[in-house]
Design a protein around this ligand. Structure first.
Ligand code: FES
Ligand SMILES: [Fe+2]
Length: 375
């Protein structure tokens, strides 16, 4: 019997042979199938590098935050040795969550029975357990996952088998290096959930077609649809220039090496699978996405400022909140539309506007096409 997941995987395989100017949208099941979402969790989110946020969210020893990724509870810490660790936030006693929220601590005490761990995840103390024969705290440590920091973004690889990330992104570097992405200073991060598929949001953030219509008062006067310019992908990222309307005032201050052209645009890029970024001259906006279910995306998003400014301004934050609210509205109705049995995939717009979506399809095809052997 051919399942819906088989059909979706076949559709991904067809993408590999499709030319970009004939690209059509993926079938609805790609965005609505719970079984396909489970497959993505196993084959993409456990196996590839997944961005959790900015490394300077845990700037000093003891800084930490917690988050959830495809049902795994994670604890991100900066140790006394200055190293960042991503630990399993699950107590080695009976499995409660060890830490919650974010902040600064020298040790983490599970609130259930007070087993206490250090910043590296080593168990230090466990009340009354000395009365249990053979019990030794040294035998218990929270599992830790492979991490990599690229351009100030913190990535985790759950299964530990991914090749180093930075070499894969070498073709993206010339486009972003003048924006000094690594040096941007963390302003804030928020977590939220929208009722849409994670890929709908990734695609939406990375396409300029919707800007005029979805954001008539916010982005249209700044980065109109007609000024979007596609950047070719090598399969690891997608990107486009979102040029500013010539009437729009300068967005300084500027990183020192930014060219005249780069001063007049936001460079939009996505690192597959889950990070999307807007690198504007004076502010950096990032979203880290992960599926909560087929119909819901967990979002860790935030903004970082240039070192020479006084942090992210209220005005910049309010502006992004407005833009996000506009996108959320469209993406949640999109998800409802995609539940229909009568929807048939339509053609994508030209490359400058939706070529980035096709690039993401191609990435997904390399991970989940029907010609790919899954384990
Ligand atoms: S579950 Fe954490 S101390 Fe018991
Ligand atoms: Fe948008």
């Amino acid at each position: 019997m051919v399942t819906q997941v088989d059909e979706i995987r076949d559709a991904l395989t067809k993408v590999k042979a499709m030319s970009a100017d004939r690209a059509t949208a993926m079938p609805a099941g790609y965005y609505t199938s719970e079984d396909f979402t489970d497959l993505e969790a196993e084959q993409v989110f456990r196996k590839d590098w997944v961005c959790l946020g900015r490394a300077d969210e845990v700037k000093e020893p003891g800084d930490f935050f917690t988050t959830e990724l495809i049902g795994e509870q994670l604890l991100v810490t900066r140790g006394k040795d200055e190293a960042i660790r991503v630990l399993s936030n699950v107590c080695r006693h009976r499995g409660n969550m060890v830490a919650s929220g974010r902040g600064k601590k020298s040790r983490f005490s599970c609130s259930y029975h007070a087993w206490t761990y250090d910043l590296e995840g080593q168990l230090l103390a466990a009340p009354l357990m000395s009365e249990v024969e053979g019990f030794k705290t040294s035998n218990f440590k929270l599992p830790s996952f492979k991490t990599e920091v690229w351009e100030g973004f913190l990535f985790v690889n759950l299964d530990g088998n991914a090749e180093p990330l930075a070499p894969r992104l070498s073709k993206l570097m010339p486009f972003i290096e003048n924006y000094d992405v690594a040096d941007r200073i963390h302003g804030f991060t928020e977590e939220t959930t929208w009722q849409t598929n994670w890929k709908c949001l990734a695609e939406n953030f990375m396409e300029g077609y919707h800007l005029d219509v979805t954001h008539p008062k916010t982005l249209r006067p700044l980065t109109p649809t007609g000024l979007c310019e596609y950047v070719p992908s090598d399969g690891n990222f997608n990107a486009y220039y979102s040029y500013y309307d010539p009437k729009y005032p300068e967005r300084g201050p500027f990183p020192p090496n930014l060219t005249a052209k780069e001063k007049r645009c936001s460079f939009m890029f996505g690192v597959f699978p889950n990070l999307v970024v807007a690198a504007a001259p004076n502010v950096l906006i990032f979203l880290c996405l992960s599926p909560n279910s087929s119909n819901a995306v967990n979002i860790r998003w935030g903004m970082s400022s240039l070192p020479e400014t006084e942090g992210v301004s209220d005005e910049q934050r309010d502006f992004m909140n407005q833009v996000n609210a506009e996108d959320k509205l469209k993406l949640e109705t999109l998800q409802k539309g995609l539940q229909s049995r009568y929807y048939r995939s339509g053609p994508l717009a030209k490359q400058d506007l939706e070529g980035t979506i096709f690039d993401m399809y191609r990435y997904m095809a390399t991970r989940l096409g029907s010609d790919v052997a899954l384990d």
